[in-house]
Design a protein around this ligand. Structure first.
Ligand code: AMP
Ligand code: ZN
Length: 472
C-alpha cells in the first residue's frame, strides 16, 4: 500500500502517517458548540474530517474517532466577550440550556447525516465529563500550573516552557487573544481559565461544585480531558479548523502535556475556512447560512458535499451561490455520465484487473497525498472518458472511488431509469421540481397528476433528486 502522507501543523510539513498501534488510527475532532445550528462553514470542518476518516478506512485502518459536544456555555465568543453562548441561546428561545443543547445536538447530527458524514465512534458531552475535567485541573494544581483569582482558576502559561509551540506563537508580542477569558488578575496575557466561578449571589442554569467553588469549566479543558479519557494520554491525530491553532489547541496541549508529562498528539490537522463574499462566517450573526437554507433553495446536501470536495482542505473556499451552481452542474454531469455508462453495461463485460489497478494506484496516489480528493475527482473524469475501459470496469472504479467521495454514486440507478422515460415526462417532472423549490405546491401536485395520467410516477429521493417509474 502507498504511504499515507499528512500535513502536520505541529511541524508545518507533510509527514508519513505512522500510528502508535499498528492498524489503528485514534482521532479526536473538536465538535460543535450546541447553542445554535451549525453554519455551512462549520460543516466544512466536519466534511474535511470525514475525508480524513474515509482515507484512513481506505488504507485499512480501524478508526477510533471521538468528537466532543460542547454543551457547557463558555464565556467567550468571537465578538461578544464575556457572554455565555448557551445562556444566550436559552434567553433567545425561552428554553432551558439543557433543552437548547439537546435540540441543537440533534440538529447537528441530522446535518452531518444529510452530508453523508460518517458519525464518530464516540460522541462525548462536556456535561457528562465534569469529573474528568475537575480531575485534570487538580492534576495541574498539584504540579504547580494553576493560580486562583476572584473569578476562577487559571493556567499559568509561563510555567509551561513549550507554550505556543503548535502556533509558533510569539508570546512576547502576542496581543490578547479574542477567545481568552478576560480577567485583570491574570498573570500573563496567554493565561486562560480552567474553572470559572458562578457570579456571587447568582445561580446559573449550569453549574457544578468543585474544590475551588461552584462554577463551570473553561472551554479548553473538556477536549484535553475527554480525548485522553477515550484515546489515551498520547494519541494519533487531532483535528479542527485553523482558528483553533493559536488558542484552543495551543491550550489543549498545555493542559494535557503539563498534566501527563507526555506528548499529547502526534499529528495535528487543520481545515481552512469557508468564507463568504462579505468575509468571515459567524454564528453570532442573526442570519447565517446553514444547510437547511441551501436545501430550501433547491440544492441537495450532496451538491454541497461535491462543492466542498473540489477544493483541498488546506485552501480557503469562497462561498457564493454562483460557485455552488457550478458545482451542482458538475455533479449533475457526473451523475448523468455514470447513468449512461451503467446503461451500457453488458453481461459479456469482463474486468481487466491490470487496467482497473492502474487507476486504483493513481487514485490512492491522490488521496494519500494529504487527502487530495479533489484531484481524485479530476481523475474520475479522466477515467470515465478512457475508451480503453469497458462500462463494468468504469462502474467498479466509481464504486471504489465513492468510498472516499461519499456522493452516493453507487445509487445512480434512478437516473438510468429516467434515460428511458419520454422527454415530455421528464419536462413535467422538472417543472414539478422547480415548483417545489419555489414552494408552489399546487403546481407541483398538478404536475404529479399529469405525469400519473400519462402512466408514470415521480418518486422523491433522499438526495433531493427524483426518479420516475412506469406505472403498471
Ligand atoms: P465552533 O462550533 O465554533 O466551535 O466550530 C466548530 C468547528 O468549525 C471548528 O472546528 C471550527 O474550527 C470550524 N469552523 C468555524 N468556522 C468555520 C468556517 N467558516 N469554515 C470552516 N470551518 C469553520
Ligand atoms: Zn476542542
Amino acid at each position: 500500500m502507498e504511504k499515507l502522507i499528512l500535513f502536520n501543523t505541529l511541524k508545518r510539513k507533510k509527514e508519513e502517517f505512522i500510528p502508535i498501534e499498528p492498524g489503528i488510527a485514534k482521532i479526536y475532532c473538536c465538535g460543535p458548540t450546541v447553542y445554535n445550528f451549525a453554519h455551512i462553514g462549520n460543516l466544512r470542518a466536519y466534511f474535511f474530517e470525514d475525508i480524513l476518516k474515509r482515507v484512513l478506512l481506505y488504507n485499512d485502518y480501524k478508526v477510533e474517532h471521538v468528537m466532543n459536544i460542547t454543551d457547557v456555555g463558555h464565556l467567550v465568543s468571537d465578538d461578544d466577550e464575556g457572554e455565555d453562548k448557551m445562556e444566550k441561546g436559552s434567553a433567545r428561545e425561552g428554553k432551558t440550556v439543557w433543552e437548547i443543547a439537546n435540540f441543537y445536538t440533534e440538529a447537528f447530527k441530522k446535518d452531518i447525516a444529510l452530508l453523508n458524514i460518517i458519525p464518530p465512534t464516540i460522541y462525548c458531552k462536556a456535561t457528562d465529563n465534569i469529573k474528568e475535567q475537575i480531575d485534570m485541573i487538580i492534576c495541574l494544581e498539584k504540579k504547580g500550573f494553576t493560580y486562583v483569582t476572584s473569578d476562577g482558576v487559571y493556567y499559568d502559561t509561563s510555567k509551561f516552557p513549550e507554550y505556543g509551540k503548535l502556533a509558533k506563537l510569539d508570546i512576547e508580542g502576542l496581543e490578547e487573544g479574542k477567545r481568552i477569558e478576560f480577567s485583570s488578575e491574570k498573570k500573563n496575557k496567554t493565561d486562560f481559565a480552567l474553572w470559572k466561578f458562578s457570579p456571587k449571589g447568582e445561580r446559573r442554569q449550569m453549574e457544578w461544585k468543585s474544590p475551588w467553588g461552584t462554577g463551570f469549566p473553561g472551554w479548553h479543558i473538556e477536549c484535553s480531558a475527554m480525548s485522553q479519557k477515550y484515546l489515551g494520554e498520547t494519541f494519533d491525530i487531532h483535528c479542527g479548523g485553523v482558528d483553533h491553532i493559536p488558542i484552543h489547541h495551543t491550550n489543549e496541549i498545555a493542559q494535557a502535556e503539563a498534566c501527563s508529562g507526555k506528548k499529547f498528539v502526534n499529528y495535528w490537522l487543520h481545515g481552512e475556512f469557508l468564507i463568504e463574499e462579505k468575509g468571515k462566517m459567524s454564528k453570532s450573526a442573526e442570519k447565517f447560512l446553514r444547510l437547511q437554507i441551501l436545501i430550501e433553495k433547491g440544492y441537495s446536501p450532496l451538491d454541497y458535499r461535491y462543492f466542498l470536495l473540489m477544493t483541498h482542505y488546506r485552501k480557503k473556499i469562497k462561498f457564493s451561490f454562483e460557485n455552488l451552481d457550478a458545482a451542482r452542474n458538475g455533479f449533475n454531469n457526473l451523475k448523468t455520465k455514470i447513468a449512461e455508462v451503467k446503461a451500457n453495461i453488458k453481461d459479456s463485460n469482463v474486468i481487466d484487473i491490470a487496467k482497473t489497478g492502474k487507476y486504483l494506484d493513481k487514485y490512492i496516489g491522490c488521496i494519500n497525498d494529504d487527502l487530495n480528493a479533489g484531484e481524485g475527482l479530476a481523475l474520475t473524469w479522466e477515467m470515465l472518458k478512457d475508451e480503453t475501459l469497458n462500462p463494468s470496469e468504469k462502474i467498479l472504479l466509481i464504486n471504489v472511488f465513492d468510498k472516499i467521495f461519499g456522493l452516493d454514486l453507487d445509487k445512480i440507478e434512478a437516473i438510468k431509469i429516467n434515460l428511458n422515460i419520454p422527454a415530455e415526462i421528464i419536462e413535467l417532472a422538472e417543472k414539478r421540481k422547480k415548483a417545489k423549490i419555489s414552494k408552489d405546491f399546487k403546481l407541483a401536485d398538478e404536475m404529479r397528476n399529469q405525469i400519473k395520467e400519462k402512466g408514470y410516477e415521480v418518486v422523491d429521493e433522499k438526495s433531493g433528486e427524483y426518479s420516475i417509474r412506469v406505472l403498471s
